[in-house]
Design a protein around this ligand. Structure first.
Ligand SMILES: Nc1nc2c(c(=O)[nH]1)N[C@H]1C(S)=C(S)[C@@H](COP(=O)(O)OP(=O)(O)OC[C@H]3O[C@@H](n4cnc5c(=O)[nH]c(N)nc54)[C@H](O)[C@@H]3O)O[C@H]1N2
Ligand SMILES: Nc1nc2c(c(=O)[nH]1)N[C@H]1C(S)=C(S)[C@@H](COP(=O)(O)OP(=O)(O)OC[C@H]3O[C@@H](n4cnc5c(=O)[nH]c(N)nc54)[C@H](O)[C@@H]3O)O[C@H]1N2
Ligand SMILES: [Mo]
Length: 814
């Protein structure tokens, strides 16, 4: 057993392994000061909730409170390992400032109230709006952080009972592009790959994905391959010197917003060298000729000029991809949060299609998720889709849902594509959306262009319900605040990036009067007296397990088939990958083996869109283009970002994450070990840019865009010159003593990818100005992409309070 400071060494100790071997287990455990494993009363099974990796863990409970966590060695996802946020993050559950009672606005102020008063206020407003204006007055903005049972319930209430089309999640900001890119290429959402592809791949390519900081356990798996015999080659596409970039065989650092040009250049080389599986293309795809024509316009020299990188690096990267025998690719926000998000992400799928690298060990695409349960928001249709990956434009799919819910098909809105979140906020701004129910998301920090968002949420005419575990920036603007039970205080299931389903059991009671989100939604349904065609309550279930059973029925026969799973089956062992059915009782490792896709016109989730304009194809067009339900190779022209650096705003501003914090820090900001590792905002600036602007490490710098300005401490890093990076974790309350903003989204713009409607957080033009000397080095971690160029900055450490046990079996020790 080793003991290690996991703030100083976030990825812990290496357990090297070779291609095709089993990843050796390593069990990580962190217990509260003075608690030993023998003191623990019970270990309660769950999985990680501060990212999308789905690491299996057990929650240690003593005297009715959480005292720590331990990784589950049997789990296929993590083989016992845990992320620093999960090792320490559970402490947030016990924060003294949890919401413990409902609040209601009286004379402009939020005051304590009881559940009856709070719920009756919501019901009264809902009924009034339904009579007055109809279902389109009501919108639901949910999350990627609740459970399947909660999303499905919410989806049935919104789509089936109320009949509003305004239902979306913060998954719109997160993985809308993952879903869309999968639909465009394969006709349906659903992750082709598996984490076990890391064990087999000879090339791993990461596109706009800082996996080292955002899915640290998946990175541990990659690091262990890199440390073992016959390591894979690594390709990193990211403008910053992330830990991934530091380990890369080739690191491409394109100018932000030029991903499509780069991808077309890589495909140009792959096609020119005929690193192509023609048999696979002929048998299983449509659209190859169009791709050949399109990418012919992107020779490496042209691409190098657009992306401002070396043409020789483009060629080298293409050769690595083109000669791979088992290629695993991952894609995330560096691609998704930009103006051509879907177009760029689809080109990654295209590499796999032209190379015939899908559905085989080591050959996978992970169009990554970000949040722990984003997959489920999508599956259950709480994200502006329909439950079970059903096609809103296919009447027989609507009919199926109507039967499942026992409602009239016409009651389920399908006259137009479901409303996306950015449009819902527009409707609220314009006044047609009059009630917005926000659950488990903090839009007053996470949406772009915050001054505008605050104005929208603060309007008198908008009735705002916020369901959270803390009094967030968003909750402060609400008319009614509902206190929710958090992870570990309620039971439910959720699914990670590689389709692994985990059960998370209730370990402790929620504080005060806080209630599980499921109970709150069902309470609303009962008070609204929603009924199906036969007068039975809608939804008919009342417990989490009943909701799960209902969801199983809804998923039957669809790609995300859960019918072979049950709470009991998910207890005791590893998480299980869907589809899991009577024929595949142990789940399914990879989708699309043998080139069989979910793209049949009668079965597919979507008919696809134009990659430049986002205009949807109609069913007849799709049928004509893809009668046999093959994979679709879609080409795309490159379009420059809408907002590019100018003489007034000479820098490209990108935003994103750091390893130690989760989003708007409602949890991680309340955890001493994590807070201390990155307590305040910073801005990453290249050495040459800093020199020119007279900025030194730690100086206070004003970053300005046409939307607003933020003051942050300068961290001089190896980021590519001309680009600056701000973490988006710091909210309104992190405003400094002089009232200067800290939230990155004060600066971002109201704009989105026309195909996935995902907002653009990764391209904006900004200016920099030194406003004062700092007090020493910037409060940025030294262990991550924000590593300083100078050696003078003291290293990030956690000290005694961050020591974690790592247990590696004897035979696995190198
Ligand atoms: N520690 C931590 N982990 C998390 C989260 C967290 O908040 N904290 N959140 C979770 C969630 S919800 C998500 S969605 C994921 C996100 O996970 P990631 O996508 O890995 O994280 P980001 O930092 O948003 O962006 C990734 C990288 O995109 C790069 N980038 C910016 N612009 C461009 C561009 O134009 N082209 C390319 N190629 N790259 C670019 C940035 O430099 C950055 O390193 O993380 C999940 N895991
Ligand atoms: N500039 C910039 N902005 C971004 C991004 C970026 O890279 N750059 N990334 C975007 C992405 S990918 C994402 S996912 C979003 C994330 O943005 P948000 O969803 O706004 O971020 P969180 O802080 O995770 O908010 C989750 C909320 O749910 C609450 N909560 C936690 N557990 C529960 C529960 O069980 N029940 C209830 N009811 N509430 C709970 C938490 O207290 C918190 O307030 O941010 C987006 N915004
Ligand atoms: Mo996300």
């Amino acid at each position: 057993m080793a003991r290690r400071d996991r703030i100083a060494e976030p990825w812990g100790r290496r357990t090297p392994y070779g291609p095709g071997e089993q990843w050796p287990p390593r069990v990580d455990m962190f217990l509260d000061d003075g608690v030993s494993p023998d003191d623990v009363d019970t270990w309660v099974q769950s999985a990680a909730v501060l990212h999308s990796n789905g690491d299996g863990l057990d929650i240690a409970v003593k005297d009715g409170r959480i005292v720590g966590v331990r990784g589950r060695a049997v789990d296929r996802v993590n083989h016992g390992r845990l992320d620093p946020k999960d090792l320490f993050g559970w402490q947030a559950n016990a924060s003294a400032d949890r919401l413990t009672t409902p609040l209601i606005r009286r004379d402009g102020k939020l005051v304590d109230t009881d559940w009856d008063t709070a719920m009756n206020a919501i019901v009264a407003r809902s009924k009034h709006l339904l009579t007055d204006q109809g279902p389109s007055a009501i919108g639901f903005y949910t999350s990627g952080q609740l459970f399947i049972e909660e999303y499905y319930t919410q989806g049935v209430i919104a789509h089936g009972a109320i009949g509003t089309n305004h239902v979306d999640g913060n998954t719109r900001l997160c993985t809308a592009t993952a879903a869309e890119a999968l639909k465009e290429s394969f006709g349906c959402d659903g992750q082709p790959g598996s984490y076990t592809d890391v064990d087999h791949a000879d090339v791993i390519a990461l596109f706009g994905h800082n996996v080292a900081e955002t899915q640290t356990v998946l990175w541990m798996r990659m690091l262990d391959r890199l440390a073992g015999p016959n390591p894979p080659a690594l390709l990193c596409v990211d403008p910053r010197p992330t830990p991934v970039a530091r380990h890369a065989t080739v690191h491409l650092a394109p100018l932000p917003g030029t991903n499509v040009a780069l991808m077309n250049g890589l495909l140009h080389e792959i096609l020119t060298h005929d690193w192509v599986d023609h048999e696979y293309i002929d048998a299983h795809t449509v659209g190859f000729d169009e791709l050949s024509k399109r990418v012919a316009e992107f020779p490496p020299d042209r691409v190098a000029e657009i992306c401002r990188i070396e043409a020789s690096d483009v060629r080298r990267a293409a050769e690595i991809l083109g000669t791979a025998e088992r290629l695993l690719s991952t894609v995330l926000q560096g691609f998704y949060q930009s103006h051509q998000a879907t177009a760029a992400s689809v080109q990654v799928n295209n590499i796999h299609l032209v190379r015939g690298m899908l559905g085989k060990p080591g050959c996978g695409v992970l169009q990554m998720n970000g949040q722990p349960t984003a997959e489920n928001t999508r599956e259950c249709g709480a994200d502006g889709d329909l439950a079970g990956f059903r096609n809103w434009a296919n009447d027989s799919h609507i009919e199926e849902l109507a039967q499942l819910w026992n409602v009239e098909p016409m009651q389920i809105p399908h006259y137009a594509p479901p409303t996306h979140a950015m449009q819902m906020f527009r409707y609220a701004e314009e006044g047609s959306l009059r009630m917005l129910w926000v659950s488990a998301t903090n839009p007053a920090v996470s949406l772009p262009d915050l001054a505008r968002i605050r104005d929208i949420l603060a309007q008198d005419r908008l009735f705002l319900v916020v369901q959270d575990i803390f009094l967030t920036e968003t909750a402060q603007l609400a008319d009614v605040v509902l206190p929710a039970a958090a992870w570990a205080e309620k039971t439910g299931t959720f699914t990670n990036v590689d389709r692994t389903v985990h059960l998370s059991e209730k370990a402790i009671d929620p504080p005060g009067q806080a209630r599980p989100d499921l109970e709150i939604f069902l309470d609303y349904a009962r008070r609204m007296d929603f009924r199906d065609k036969d007068g039975r309550p809608l939804p008919p279930w009342s417990t989490a397990e009943e909701a799960f059973e209902a969801w199983k029925q809804c998923s039957a026969g669809r790609p995300c088939d859960y019918t072979g799973l049950s709470y009991d089956k998910l207890r005791g062992g590893s998480g299980i990958q869907w589809p899991c059915t009577a024929e595949h009782p142990d789940g399914t490792e990879r989708l699309y083996a043998g080139g069989a896709f979910f793209a049949d016109p009668d079965y597919c989730e979507a008919y696809g869109k134009d990659l430049i304009t986002g205009a949807p194809l109609d069913p007849t067009e799709y049928r004509a283009m893809n009668p046999g339900g093959r994979a679709i190779i879609k080409a795309a022209e490159y379009v420059p970002p809408h907002e590019q650096p100018t003489s007034d705003f000479p820098y490209a501003l990108i935003t994103g994450r750091t390893l130690y914090h989760f989003h708007t820090r409602t949890k991680t900001g309340r955890v001493p070990q994590l807070d201390a590792a990155a307590p305040q905002v910073w801005v990453e600036i290249a050495e040459s840019d800093a020199g020119r602007a007279g900025i030194e490490e730690g100086d206070a710098v004003e970053i300005r865009t046409p939307r607003g300005c933020v003051v942050a401490a300068a961290r001089i890093t190896g980021i590519r010159p001309g680009v600056v990076f701000l973490p988006f974790h710091y909210g309104y309350w992190d405003t400094d003593s002089e009232g200067r903003h800290r939230a990155a989204n004060e600066l971002t713009l109201t704009d989105w990818d026309p195909v996935s409607k995902q907002p653009i957080f990764k391209t904006a033009a900004a200016s920099l100005r030194r406003v004062g000397a700092g007090r020493g080095a910037a409060p940025a971690p030294t262990t991550t992409a924000s590593a300083p160029v100078t050696e003078e900055v003291p290293p990030t450490v956690g000290g005694e309070s961050a020591i974690v046990d790592e247990h590696v079996a004897e035979e696995a020790q190198p």
